[in-house]
Design a protein around this ligand. Sequence first.
Ligand SMILES: *[C@@H]1O[C@H](CO)[C@@H](O)[C@H](O)[C@H]1NC(C)=O
Ligand SMILES: *[C@@H]1O[C@H](CO)[C@@H](O)[C@H](O)[C@H]1NC(C)=O
Length: 249
Amino acid sequence: MQFTVPLLVSYLIAQTHGSPLISPRAGRPAYFLLTGDSTTAPKGGWGDGFLSTTIAAGSSAHNYGHSGATTASFRAGGDWNKVTKDISTYKDKYNVYVTIQFGHNDQKETSGVSLAQYTTNLENFASEAAAAGAIPILLTPLTRRVFSNGKVVESLSTQRNLTITAAESKNYRWIDLNMASQNYVNAIGRTAASKYNLASDDWTHLNEYGGVVFARLVSDLLVSKYPEIAKVTKANTTLSAALAAGKPA
Ligand SMILES: *[C@@H]1O[C@H](CO)[C@@H](O)[C@H](O)[C@H]1NC(C)=O
Ligand SMILES: *[C@@H]1O[C@H](CO)[C@@H](O)[C@H](O)[C@H]1NC(C)=O
């Protein structure tokens, strides 16, 4: 048997960086490991709503969202290490999905993370998750709900686009949470959107119900793009219908 050079090279790359196209095994439950900043974390993000309302019996999840995290601090502070440990613990019994959603803190002048580093850090999370035996899914960052002239201010468009660039670099899975959440918030308007605020003047973080609503949006995006995830998901047709119709939930 003879390898052509390009074939051999791509084989070696796949060995070094992990195959980007690990397929879920049919019939297995899922273990979702959620990584991100405060917009995923408990008390302000969608992660806990995802755990409590979207996971089917037999499947499981852990919310590793960390308030204030950037793609750099999430690794430097030890969070990413916990995620890769969990992958090795769960990968033999579950399809392990790692959701990766950053940008809100990386984009701050003070973060010390350049746009190029942000993109590379996302690629590295995805490739390391895949190499460890999980299925990474990059999420473009949840929109802020700040309005100007009746429209949501697109403050994360650069990070959205770079997240997609990172995902497409090696054909990793991704969903466009930024665009979907922005479209939804635009559709329901500022007054309805304010009901999800963690505090009345906090248009970034979510209260408990807001967490449930945007967790459902994440879940619906996952299921519609990756249909096998429906089997490990508890549906809520009422909430999904409101989201799809752009009606306040
Ligand atoms: C992001 O990409 C979209 C096209 O998908 C483009 O319209 C938009 O201008 C881009 N945003 C930035 C900040 O480059
Ligand atoms: C769907 O979500 C709504 C809003 O959280 C909730 O009131 C309702 O009980 C849920 N329905 C099901 C079947 O879980």
